[in-house]
Design a protein around this ligand. Sequence first.
Ligand SMILES: C[S@@+](CC[C@H](N)C(=O)[O-])C[C@H]1O[C@@H](n2cnc3c(N)ncnc32)[C@H](O)[C@@H]1O
Length: 209
Amino acid sequence: MSKKRSSKVPTQDSFRGENAADYTSARWMERIQKASTRRALDLLVDERIGGAIDDDDTRDGIVLDAGCGNGFSTEMILERGFKVVVGIDISPDMLALRHLPNPVILADMGRLPFRNGTFFVVISISAMNFLSQELDDPTKARMIYDRFAKQLNEIMVPGGRGVIEFYPKTPSELEIITKTFGSRAGFQGFLVIDKPGTRKEQKFLIFRK
Ligand SMILES: C[S@@+](CC[C@H](N)C(=O)[O-])C[C@H]1O[C@@H](n2cnc3c(N)ncnc32)[C@H](O)[C@@H]1O
């Protein structure tokens, strides 16, 4: 990945080897990831998923950063006052470039290696869409997102909340994901679209168990 802003759609290779180092040193990427995470954290206190969060929950509730990469998003979550943030990422090269001391796990977020009822918050920024990136078959994509959402529901505590920023490949994939997180997996969920119809459009799922 070049340090200049790239217009290419990222793939898993974008987070391996030298590309991981390029990602980490690209200021524009850091800016975007951090801005997206700050927006996700604002949405975490949306009235539709429960409004303000208790100080006790901020202090004691465990946060999962799914697809944490080198930690740009994690840094913002810690800055917002959450004390315990666990990261998971599939790329050892991205995890090796982290500069934060919080615990991380090298694993596929499609198979979450956590006990039920562990997390109060799940945040995932620009990562979930990689679960279906190689797939053309909508039925398979639906299975993958159903399984992912079901696993998230299991590892969250009752009343737990999540915000996922993502880039669906197609309108039908967006519909699958919105329905899955809307209620199919057991969440109360909503789709939020920022700057719709512009180059800067961003999609966020906000949900509560
Ligand atoms: C665009 S980066 C975003 C990283 C992070 N939000 C940040 O602050 O930099 C996407 C990340 O998702 C990770 N990823 C992609 N597919 C994954 C999977 N199946 N399981 C876990 N992580 C995955 C990549 O390795 C990469 O680190």
